[in-house]
Design a protein around this ligand. Structure first.
Ligand code: 5GP
Length: 209
C-alpha cells in the first residue's frame, strides 16, 4: 500500500453482531501498518476478553481520573451505565508515525471524533440484511434476554446512522468485506486532501522551473 507521512484515522461503526471486530482483526493481520485503537471501559470483561487487548478495563474512579486529565479523544456513557472512551495519546502517536488507526466505536463517539478530527473517515459496516442482523444479535448468546433487547434497540439506532458515514461496507463475506476496506484505504491515500505535502512539492517544483 502507498505510504504517507501521516496515517489515516478510520472510524468503524456498525451495529453489534455485524462482525466489525472480525473484519478489523483480519485487516490488521494482513496489514501491519494499520493499528487498532484499544478503548477504555468500565464494563466487566466478557469471557475470553483480555485487558489491554480488547479493552483497558477500568474502575469508575480510574476512568474519571483519565477524564480529568483530558486523556480521551472522546468518551461517553453507552447504554446509560458504562463508560467507554478512546485514549488520545496512542491515536496521535500512531498517526504521526504514518500508521493508519482504526477506532471501533459507536455512532455518538464517531460524531465526536469527527468534530475534533474532521479528516477522519467514517466507515459503516452493515449486515447483509435486517433479518441477518436480528439473527446474529440473538445468537451471540453471552447475555440475558434484557441485555439482548437493549442491544437490539441500540443496533437499530446505529443502523439509522448509515447515511452520515463516508463509506458503506456490507459484511456478507469476510474476504469481500476486507477487500472493500482495503479499497477505501487505497482511495483515501490517493485523495487530494491527504496529499497536501506532495502537491505542494510539485507546485514548488513548477516555480523552480
Ligand atoms: P461492547 O460492550 O459490546 O464491547 O461495546 C458496546 C458499544 O460501545 C459498541 O457499540 C462499541 O462500538 C462501543 N464502544 C467501544 N469502545 C468505545 C469507545 O471508545 N468510545 C465510544 N464512544 N464507544 C465505544
Amino acid at each position: 500500500m502507498r505510504q504517507s507521512e501521516k496515517g489515516l484515522l478510520l472510524i468503524v461503526s456498525g451495529p453489534a453482531g455485524v462482525g466489525k471486530g472480525t473484519v478489523n482483526a483480519e485487516l490488521i493481520k494482513r496489514h501491519p501498518e494499520i493499528r487498532m485503537s484499544v478503548s477504555a471501559t468500565t464494563r466487566k470483561p466478557r469471557p475470553g476478553e483480555i485487558d489491554g487487548i480488547h479493552y483497558f478495563f477500568k474502575t469508575q474512579a480510574e476512568f474519571e481520573q483519565m477524564i480529568s486529565e483530558n486523556a480521551f479523544l472522546e468518551y461517553m456513557h453507552v447504554f446509560g451505565m458504562n463508560y467507554y472512551g478512546t485514549p488520545k495519546q496512542f491515536v496521535v502517536n500512531e498517526l504521526n508515525q504514518g500508521h493508519h488507526v482504526i477506532l471501533e466505536i459507536d455512532v455518538q463517539g464517531a460524531r465526536k471524533v469527527k468534530e475534533v478530527f474532521p479528516e477522519a473517515i467514517r466507515i459503516f459496516i452493515a449486515p447483509p440484511s435486517m433479518a441477518a442482523l436480528k439473527e446474529r444479535l440473538v445468537k451471540r448468546g453471552t447475555e440475558t434476554p434484557e441485555a439482548i433487547e437493549t442491544r437490539t434497540k441500540t443496533a437499530f439506532a446505529e443502523m439509522r446512522a448509515m447515511p452520515e458515514c463516508d463509506y458503506l461496507v456490507i459484511n456478507d463475506d469476510l474476504n469481500e468485506a476486507i477487500a472493500q476496506m482495503e479499497a477505501i484505504v487505497a482511495a483515501e491515500m490517493c485523495s487530494v486532501a491527504h496529499n497536501e505535502t506532495v502537491i505542494n512539492t510539485f507546485l514548488g517544483g513548477i516555480e523552480e522551473c
